[in-house]
Each structure stands twice: as C-alpha cells, then as structure tokens.
Design a protein around this ligand. Sequence first.
Ligand SMILES: C[S@@+](CC[C@H](N)C(=O)[O-])C[C@H]1O[C@@H](n2cnc3c(N)ncnc32)[C@H](O)[C@@H]1O
Length: 315
Amino acid sequence: MPIASIVAEPPLQDVQTAQHVITSNTKRGVPMPWWAKIAAKVVLSRVMPSYQVRQRLGLFRHGAMDRDAHRQIRQVERVIAHHRAHGRNTPRAILELGPGDSVGMALVAKSMGFHTSYLVDVGDFASRDMQVYTRLLDALRDTGHTPPSNVDTSSRDALLKSVDSSYRTIGTRALKDIPDTSIDILFSNAVLEHVARSEFQDLIEETFRIMTPGAIAHHQIDLMDHLGGALNNLRFSERVWEGRLMSNSGFYTNRLRFSEILDIAKKAGFNFAVTQITAWPELPTPKRALAAPFNALPDDELKVATFGLLLRKPD
Ligand SMILES: C[S@@+](CC[C@H](N)C(=O)[O-])C[C@H]1O[C@@H](n2cnc3c(N)ncnc32)[C@H](O)[C@@H]1O
C-alpha cells in the first residue's frame, strides 16, 4: 500500500504531511524482553490494582501531562492552529479525549478564550495535587496567555467548576450525554490506540455526532507496541489479546492499523489529512512471528509507527 498516496482527501489536500523515517532505536521503557514485560505487568496489575498506588510508586503512568505544563499549552495551541486553517466557526467548546494524569487542558482552554471544555477518560486518573495546576497557571502567564481572574485553585473539582469544564470518567459512554453539534475542537494524544477495539467505531461516530459542521479533530496515534516500541503485540491471536488477561493489564492497545483507522474515520463521515507520519525503515518484529491477520498485511502498513490524524466534519 503506498502510504504516501493516501495522506489526504478533499478538502484537506493542502495539509502538509511531515514524513519521517525512524533512524534511531524505538525501544523504550525498562530494558526487559517483551514477554517478561507482559508477565510483570499482568502480575503487577493483579497484586496492585489501584492506579493511584502504582503511579505513586513510579510503576505505571498514563502520560506526563501533569509534569509538563509547556507541552500541555503547546498541544492546545497546535489544535487551535489547525482550526484556524480549516475550521469554520469561532471555537467556543473543546473536548480532550483521554487526558490521563491532568485536567490542565480545562485551564489552558479557558485562558485561550473557550467558553466550555470537556475532558473524557475511562477512569479518574487526573492529579488532585494543586501544584500541578498552579505551575500551569504560571506557565500560561509566562507564554503570554491570560488565565481568568476567578480561577479557584482550592481543589481540582473547584478548579474545573471555575473554568466551566466537565471531567467525565466513563469513557465512550460519556460522549453519549454530550449534545449533537456542540464541540468545535476535539483532540487526543496517545489515546485512540488504547480505546477498546469493540468500542472504537462507536467512539469515532460519537465524536462525529457531537462536532459542529466544519469542526476539527486532531488525534496523535502511536501504533508501536507498548511493551518496548516494536510490534510484539501483533504476535497474539485476537482471542488471546482481547481476553481479560491481556486487555486489563495496562499495556492494551487495540492493534488497529493505519489504514483501518482512516477507513473508520471516513465511514463516520469525516474528511481527513495525515499531519505527520513516522515509519520504521524495516519491520521491528519479524513478519513470520506475527499472528493472523497481521502477518498478511503489506509491509508498508506494518511499518507505520506513529501518525497524526486531522479530521474535519464537512459543513
Ligand atoms: C497513554 S495515556 C495518554 C494520556 C494523555 N493524553 C497524555 O498524552 O499524557 C491514554 C489515555 O487514554 C485513556 N483512554 C483509553 N480509552 C479511552 C476511551 N474510550 N475514552 C477516553 N479515554 C480513553 C486512558 O485512560 C488514558 O488516560
């Protein structure tokens, strides 16, 4: 499949796709074989089921957004820039899927003029340490933004209320309560690959329903295994991988590939463009080790490691 030929569809053909070939090692995390990581994570998630405890002990994190205020600001600035280039109306409502360890986006959005924001995750993972948010307030001022004067930093929930934000922690089901055509900008970072395979299409269709005509969504997607940055997750049959043992142990990814994700977005009704694509020069895991149906996919498809997906709901 010539990936380069399917990077955009009208009317987003003018979007530049940054294409990178991976030149350095993509291995990440603790240097342990992938199978040992699976074993360790399965055991750890059973003996220590509380996310908060595992996070406090430094054994598992959903991301680092609570630690990097400037990255959180840049993330919203970037999606606003996409909206300026391709969106239709003045954005008033923004939604982040899978914020992970911080609800800081709510503060960033209010400081950038949004009336309302939504944060949707599958659990209450966001920090209640108010220093996370006071550091973000400082970073906003340092970067020339003006946080509203009535921000309440007495608690996380008071903060959310003071910036007209709603943090919903029941995943895809939370989208069902959001009115039709009410969101102008939607984004996610390292989230879509974690959405349960059985829910993925529904989630994309729900985002289409809640977005206003001409609204923009941007998703940054990581297709590498979350066992060390290769394709070892594709070694397993669907029955094993989607079973409770593998899917509830903190390394689950839905294994949807680049073209499948594009197809689902197109079927939901979106126009799309790929803003960034990173590919391995060679497959990081031998094809003969992969399970069906992955071992029958073209190499080009399997070589896509990460990509940025810009979606626009037609007017
Ligand atoms: C790797 S973390 C990324 C967190 C954050 N976006 C970041 O960049 O630091 C993936 C996040 O996606 C969330 N997630 C998984 N399935 C989801 C769903 N169906 N709806 C919303 N969030 C989901 C997880 O709970 C987790 O917070």
